[in-house]
Design a protein around this ligand. Sequence first.
Ligand code: ADP
Ligand code: MG
Length: 699
Amino acid sequence: MAILPILQFEEQILETVERNPVAVIIGETGSGKSTQLSQMLHKRGYTKSGMIAVTQPRRVAAVSVSRRVAQELGVRLGEEVGYAIRFEDRTSERTRIKYLTDGVLLRESLSNPELNQYSVIILDEAHERSLNTDILLGLMKRLIKMRASNLKVLITSATLDGEKVSRFFSDCPILNVPGKLFPVEILHSAESPKSYLESSLKTAIDIHVQEPEGDILIFMTGQDDIEKLVSKLEERVQRLEEGSCMDAIILPLHGSLPPELQVRVFAPPPPNCRRFIVATNIAETSLTVDGVVYVIDSGYVKQRQYNPSTGMYSLDVVQISKVQANQRAGRAGRTRPGKCYRLYPSMVYNDNFLDATVPEIQRSSLAGSVLYLKSLDLPDIDILKFNFLDPPSSETLEDALKQLYLIDAIDENGSITSVGRTMAELPLEPSLSRTLMEANENGCLSQALTVAAMLSAETTLLPGRSKSTEKKRKHAPDLPDGSGWGDHIQLLQIFEHWDQTDYDVDWCKDNSLQVRGMLFVKDVRKQLSQIMQKIAKGPLDVRTKERWKESRQDYMNLRKALCVGYANQLAERMIRHNGYRTIGFKSQLVQVHPSSVLRTDEEGMLPNYVVYHELIVTSRPYMRYVCAVEMPWVRPILQKLEKLNINKLSGGSSQSEESFDGESSNLPKRVVDVVGPTADPGSMIQAARERFLARKANR
Ligand code: ADP
Ligand code: MG
């Protein structure tokens, strides 16, 4: 194999790192940024004083790249080279190079704000602009001042957006690694296809029949379409006349594929055989598959978007940006001249595509991130003024503050509470961490742990709950039904049943539950209970509870705890509309998702109040994972909503609170002692650190 472009710049890179605390490295996808930079720095001795951290926005990439680096260094994965993703840590005492998701690094910084275990931090794939990487960028800016003498930060990007990042870091040096890309011929289709699936299929078969050897990479929007296309391709390839063209293997590639199937794309293909790789946009920049000569680009990507004014998520298939289209095309020219078939006219590219992708920070709910920033406890952090590369809208920030306030993570002045601090330590979304804490108070922590673990499973556990189908799922005969209370109780019952069978794999199969998913839940539950152990009041083990058969009291306590955790996800039944109205700033009419097991009572009535796990817009706005709650539990939430004042919430320190008071007319002016308004940031950070350490020592 040809030498990777980045290796030709080894000396220059090492010299730049030596001389500067921060540097940006720009190089084409496949040039060796993810696999080689860490090894270079390791060889140069940077791992003597600490580990090298390499962040990845995607779990799949963290796993796959670390596996590759371990292989190249000839070590066992998990020893010198390891990875850590949420709920899965494969590192050891011996680990020197650690690949981790950006989310895991953020969490590590809570228990060790200076990240002293690392001598080098590489924020990889910065062009992806994931929410967590964006927050890490802001954090690194502080960190390099605090650890000027012993920390190196590298930021890598596959696009020229690196210049913006450099400006963000006071014009730090940018190293351009020119990749030797071969020319890629771009072919636009004359018009947009009616079905991009059919159009991809036809194009792929045409290439296979007419073009010389070389693998075909096809970008699809999601797992369902990938599976459909894979089976159609298999069928069509089989029908081709024997000997009329070379053999073919068809490989899917997406994030929910089991790891052993993911790595198949990296294995060299058998001779005289063409590979069809049908992938989501993880093949755009995160993973580089060698041997691709033809790219088929539908021009679409599936994106989860959050709308702060309605609190709703939608999973939309949206047009990609020009940057993305060019990245996709580039995948065809790595080993020799290639071709990219765009299934859209050039006019669509020119006139309709955005220049660059909207960063995740501008299309996500920020409750978790805001809680994180608040728990850093830096006195100069006013959330609305935090140093972001691209700031989120104030509406999104306000939405996050409101949620945090309703679940008691921050008080009415926007200061983090002790509840909020504990929540931040849990690797869960705020609603679930709050539920766990409440459950600990009312004696159903074991049950809440189970529900949180079930909801955190990445894979779909239940039959018919696949995101694409909205049909009512068929009930396997033995599967419990939530006793009418809703989906959370059902999740609990399923796990408890399985626990009673001694975690029998066949029981899962008999009930069409994904075995791999259920085993993962069991492991996640164990990890969560280890974290909760510190503050747990009652037993955490499922089976120490002998009373699971008469669990009405447990269900009630659990529903109460859920009502507290989901305080911002509450809905009230509308008698006239045959649906629900969400409660909050702006109310929306929504329905219970058809897959829900929530039942009507003897009179055919749905419960008056429910909480839901998420609002998702598909054919219409739906609540997914719904649980019945009672009026007395809802009342305190309504009272809190009445008192809520968003301007006060955004501050966190008396100083910024003061400045917000000025803007809101209905607040009485208060006299606030402003202590050292111009204190220098260094000493403020120092003071914050001391408070942090003191708190830690008190635990
Ligand atoms: P970049 O981060 O610049 O996009 P990488 O370091 O990921 O580039 O990839 C460099 C090379 O290593 C590519 O040729 C790629 O195919 C190969 N590679 C990366 N990961 C693996 C893996 N898990 N197995 C085999 N080859 C891999
Ligand atoms: Mg990479």
